[in-house]
Design a binder for this molecule. Structure first.
Ligand code: ATP
Ligand code: MG
Length: 373
């Protein structure tokens, strides 16, 4: 049986007031349109209470395309049918013919919204009985191998047999803006993606060249279907100046510097915070004592990876396709032999004084370039 529709289910937006829900739903629909268009799937979208439907001749391709759109919890390729009992039953049988293999066990599950002259249970029994008549199959209501779902909403109904998991989160753009400190490593693209998944709009600051982060930015753009902005600051002069004076505090001073530059950028573009891929305990600069000293901003710093294990971060990076793009195995040549794991603020401030950090920050700010792409 050919699917002709995708049922799109969203999550937390449910919890919002009607007004907020409506506006979040509109953002979600706009993001879905962009994705379907960029993936060249022909479609027509229509909305009903608490559901979005995509009418399309390529329902399975549309599910694949939409499952990474933020805000979508699950999707089902489905067949639309009328809401009369005979029609429903026959659609369920037609679906069962392609979904259920000989000898398999099945169950019919029906859900109903609106008023109808039959109950959900009536639908399950009538469709179940017809499937048994037509096919070599057995009923198992506890642990069926296949489930035929019937969803009836007023005078429209759908039959389907599978749910594709979506990525969840909130529609991109429903929250404010953040500046994401993006390196060419494994962690920071995952951190940015996680905040994007919460609906936050991200812009990037990279210490280094545009070319080295371009593939990562492009990949992240796929998820929100819009162009993301990137600013770059040459890293070498900053590292040289810090490395010459900061000794064991080089990494801590370097991170404080990056955070301060990110805050300046956030102020410039009216963003409300910073995103970093820092994590507790992963590298020497990421002890709690060092993070305490690194945290020198007025703005909040979001560290979505803070409590994740490296394996978990890598799994996400692989899932979102940024793992392959990370530059691996290059160690920063300025990392001292014995980096401090217990930075003392007074000593760090003294080192920054010696470096002339304010001037360095001003020079870095003057060298800020917008990554024209
Ligand atoms: P990543 O894998 O994201 O590079 P990491 O495990 O290598 O992180 P650090 O090198 O200490 O850890 O970097 C911590 C965070 O500082 C990064 O996650 C990123 O947010 C930021 N950062 C590091 N290097 C750069 C850079 N060159 N440009 C911008 N931000 C950076
Ligand atoms: Mg790194």
């Amino acid at each position: 049986m050919d699917y002709d529709t995708v049922i799109v289910r969203y999550g937390e937006i449910f919890l919002k007031s009607d007004y907020v829900r409506k506006s979040f739903e509109d953002v979600l629909v706009r993001n879905m349109r962009r994705r379907l268009e960029s993936d060249k799937v022909a479609y027509r979208i229509y909305q009903r209470r608490h559901r979005i439907y995509v009418e399309t001749g390529s329902a399975e391709a549309a599910c694949e395309s939409l499952k990474t759109v933020f805000g979508i919890v699950s999707l089902s390729p489905a067949t639309k049918t009328g809401s009369g009992l005979p029609e429903l039953t026959e659609s369920a049988v037609a679906l069962a013919r392609t979904a259920i293999k000989p000898g398999e066990s099945f169950a019919v599950r029906a859900q109903r919204v609106g008023s109808h002259p039959f109950s959900s249970k009536d639908v399950e029994e009538a469709a179940g009985a017809r499937i048994l008549e037509e096919l070599d199959a057995v009923v198992d209501l506890e642990e069926p191998e296949k489930t035929v779902y019937v969803e009836i909403r007023d005078d429209e109904a759908y039959v389907y047999d599978k749910k594709v998991e979506g990525v969840g989160g909130m529609p991109y753009g429903t929250q404010g803006g953040l500046v994401s400190l993006l390196s060419t490593g494994i962690d920071s693209p995952v951190a940015a993606w996680m905040m994007m998944r919460r609906g936050c709009k991200v812009s990037f600051l990279h210490f280094g060249s545009l070319e080295e982060v371009e593939p990562i930015v492009k990949r992240l753009e796929y998820f929100c279907n819009q162009e993301l902005m990137v600013w770059c600051i040459p890293h070498e002069p900053v590292l040289e100046a810090i490395g010459a004076e900061a000794g064991k505090y080089t990494c801590v001073v370097c991170k404080r510097f990056m955070h301060r530059a990110a805050e300046l950028l956030a102020e410039k573009i009216h963003a409300s915070g910073i995103v970093s891929g820092e994590n507790v305990g992963q590298v020497a600069s990421q002890t709690l004592e060092n993070l305490e000293v690194i945290d020198c901003l007025r703005m909040p710093v979001y560290r979505p990876l803070v409590a994740m294990d490296k394996e978990e971060i890598i799994a996400v990076a692989k899932r979102i396709g940024t793992y392959e793009l990370a530059v691996k195995g290059t160690k920063c040549p300025y990392v001292p032999d014995k980096p401090s794991t217990r930075a003392k603020l007074e000593e760090v401030l003294a080192a920054e004084e010696k470096i002339g950090i304010e001037k360095l920050l001003k020079d870095a700010w003057d060298s800020l370039v917008f990554g024209e792409r």
